[in-house]
Design a protein around this ligand. Structure first.
Ligand SMILES: [Fe+2]
Length: 210
């Protein structure tokens, strides 16, 4: 099993949480690191939300921290979750948000990213059913990148990953329903090539330090 190496820029308290999550679910930490990396690269490319990069980077790294509280039997289940299992799983954003709010100073944008990352543009996401402008703009972009990474990598619920082109098509197909049209357009135009190298994507830059 690959161990996660977390370099520079990540403060000790955040690092400890990531190591803790890594012991529970390495797959989740690897996903979080890829997503945080791609998200920051996209923000940098378009020079978006520059004044809150530090907070967003830490929020992105910890967006799924709440899965630490979800048992392995649910997290690694091959088939679909039953009602009771789903009732636990769907609360992972608020579990993670609670930890971040109580024990870290990652800033409000990062906290909101953790709390709202499963909301959908059309209001059919969870936990709050927020829609459109009720969802912070940086979360609108983040949820696209989160979905892209899940589709293009092997996850416990998906053995065969999609190609980047297939995943982009899938995202385009959900433009205006699951995802914000504005941020779908930005993401589709974002040059992904540097991130498609097997080991080229895990870097953390000191400028994201809070
Ligand atoms: Fe999540």
């Amino acid at each position: 099993m690959n161990r996660v190496v977390i370099t520079s820029a990540v403060t000790d308290d955040v690092r400890q949480l990531l190591y803790k999550l890594d012991r529970h679910s390495t797959e989740t930490v690897q996903h979080s690191m890829r997503v945080a990396n791609l998200f920051m690269a996209c923000l940098e490319h378009y020079q978006l939300f520059r004044d809150i990069w530090g907070s967003l980077f830490l929020g992105a790294l910890l967006h799924d921290f709440g899965k630490y509280f979800v048992p392995h039997t649910i997290l690694n289940k091959k088939g679909s979750l039953n009602h009771k299992e789903w009732e636990i799983m769907r609360y992972h954003p608020v579990f993670g948000y609670t930890v971040a709010r109580q024990s870290l100073r990652i800033g409000l944008p990062g906290q909101h990213l953790i709390l709202y990352h499963h909301e959908r543009w059309d209001g059919y996401g969870y936990l709050y059913g927020r829609k459109k402008a009720e969802i912070p703009e940086y979360v609108q972009l983040f949820s696209i990148i989160d979905a892209f990474d899940s589709m293009t990598n092997v996850r416990s619920y998906q053995k065969t990953p999609m190609s980047a082109a297939q995943a982009k098509k899938e995202i385009r197909d959900h433009r205006g329903t699951q995802f914000s049209p504005t941020y779908v357009d930005l993401f589709i135009d974002f040059p992904l090539e540097p991130f498609q190298q097997p080991s080229g994507s895990l870097f953390f830059q000191s400028e994201y330090r809070r």
